[in-house]
Design a protein around this ligand. Sequence first.
Ligand code: MF3
Ligand code: CO
Length: 249
Amino acid sequence: MAITIKSPGEIELMRESCRLLGLVHNELAKVIRPGISTKEIDRVCEELIRSYGCTPNFLHYQGYPASVCVSVNEEVVHGIPREDHIIQEGDIVSLDTGLIYRGYHSDAARTHAVGQISAEAQKLIDVTRQSFFEGIKMARAGNHLHDISNAIAAYVTPYGYGIVRDLVGHGIGTSLHEPPQIPNFALRRRGPKLRPGMTLAIEPMINMGTEDVEWLDDDWTVVSADHSLSAHYENTVLITEGEPEILTL
Ligand code: MF3
Ligand code: CO
């Protein structure tokens, strides 16, 4: 399947889907505190999404049992919310969620600090977020997809962090995952040309230590192989004739 180009009408639906997801993330940021269970975060998230008349797109996706992925500390992505997983002061918590608005999907992730965290942990969060912004400087019509990947990798590599290779960003639209895959590591080929109307979920996942990851026995939760801290930052982005539009901010 080729990379879809959204029509002006579809772009409006993507904009609204993504705007609402931005609101969900802003609300979720306020509920994270020591003592809350990751399951409670999921309940709040699902309620918020449904209160906007939307549907959670992660729920039941390939059997995934929740509306949000809550990945704490060494968990990279796809942490399953649990009643007995309680957020603690000093944790770093990645929230990844998405929704469907009139058939159009949005997807975004942020990593939050809970109370006081170490300077090293904060730097990991900041560099991961900034790597997204470095990447999208290249997200312009006429550039190629891997220019984004290479810009992310060029920014992150000097810090000595591990850029996760086993999971990548993706196109998004009437499905959560559309072509193309969007790696966060350097590639020699430039990949497909970027064109106005493409909508892309760009999502660097960065480990403080090794780039290697493992899957827990729940078959979902991805952790860094050395159990070092991991951060995630993702937005759904529209390629335009000029500056890229970050739709989920
Ligand atoms: N957020 C993931 C992504 O960015 C998708 C998670 S699917 C789920 O592609 F099933 F784990 F929720
Ligand atoms: Co995504």
